[in-house]
Ligand binder design. Structure first.
Ligand code: C2E
Ligand code: CA
Ligand code: CA
Ligand code: CA
Length: 282
């Protein structure tokens, strides 16, 4: 195999060589990953800033690769998108989230919202709404427990079709959040669409709070827009007490970030939400 590699990739720089080969190999593995059941979900709490209560979790995809160990979405979602595999992966996530909600309901966890991410290809596909209905039917969970996060750039890319999809989800009782708000360039026109319940303020605007006066101004403006449109706000990537304090004072509804918790396995979420008589807080 060594000699063959040398001959085949002679043309590329060593870096591109490694990159292209890596993509080829990972792509082949990705096709198998669903069948081999190598995906799982981590759940990151979303905290209501005023009460400090966990009111939601966001499902974040993880790939337990047989040789490479745990891979993060940034290492394989773009590849899955370019290989046309993302719809099947997002469908897996949807089913897994619905099954998890059902299990948590049966374990009498408080009925928190569970958010999941959908790529543009998933959200824009004509069969999407039908697959959502099917997942709800199979799991028998309340649609009110689900929230779809769609990035601002995906909305701008999809255009007209998005509005219908958002309406259809809304009609089912499912919530919608605009993810990475503020990073999608230029247009705010899409905010006129009805059915958007949450704006998620991108981490890039949170990182330098409260020291950067520009970011303070931008975040305050975003919170004002959301408020006047009747939308809730979730700030992403909160890592410090100072960021938390600023966002609380500025009137942001919820926060996510390492300051509260990372993406956690389901048992950790259960531990945080279920009263445990043997470990009563003192
Ligand atoms: P996202 O939806 O913007 O998710 C937030 C990302 O920021 C997550 O990374 C999360 O672990 C990370 N994060 C949370 N709090 C903090 C913090 O305080 N500091 C820092 N530095 N990072 C923080 P993750 O899990 O690697 O996910 C990356 C992206 O992959 C997500 O960005 C989302 O766009 C995508 N993704 C995740 N799961 C799925 C999925 O099931 N389907 C699709 N299509 N995309 C997914
Ligand atoms: Ca998200
Ligand atoms: Ca985000
Ligand atoms: Ca993101």
């Amino acid at each position: 195999a060594k000699t063959q590699e040398r001959n085949t990739f002679r043309f590329y720089t060593p870096l591109m060589h490694a990159d292209a080969r890596m993509r080829l190999m990972l792509g082949a593995d990705l096709r198998q990953a669903l069948m081999r059941d190598e995906f799982h979900l981590a759940f990151q709490p979303s905290v209501e800033l005023r009460s400090g209560r966990i009111v939601a979790v966001e499902a974040l995809l993880r790939w337990r690769h047989p040789e490479r160990g745990e891979l993060m979405p940034d290492e394989f979602i773009p590849l899955a998108e370019s290989l046309g595999l993302i719809r099947r992966i997002d469908a897996w996530t949807l089913r897994a989230v619905c099954a998890q909600i059902r299990q948590w309901d049966q374990a009498k966890l408080p009925p928190i919202r569970v958010a999941l991410n959908a790529s543009a290809a998933t959200f824009g596909h004509p069969g999407f709404i039908e697959s959502v209905k099917q997942a709800l039917q199979i799991s028998q969970i309340s649609p009110k427990r689900l929230l779809f996060e769609i990035t601002e750039s995906a909305i701008l890319r999809l255009g007209e079709a998005t509005e219908q999809t958002i309406h259809a989800l809304h009609a089912l009782g499912i919530c919608i959040a605009i993810d990475d708000f503020g990073t999608g360039y230029s247009s705010l026109a899409y905010l006129k669409m009805s059915g958007i319940d949450f704006l998620k303020i991108d981490r890039s605007f949170v990182t330098d709070l409260p020291d950067s006066s520009n970011d303070v101004a931008i975040v305050e403006a975003m919170l004002a827009i959301a408020k006047s449109l009747g939308m809730y706000t979730i700030a992403e990537g909160i890592e410090t007490a100072a960021q938390h304090e600023f966002l609380l004072q500025a009137g942001c509804s919820e926060g996510q970030g390492y300051y509260y918790a990372r993406g956690l396995p389901p048992v950790e979420i259960e531990r945080m939400l279920l009263p445990n008589p043997r470990h009563e807080p003192s």
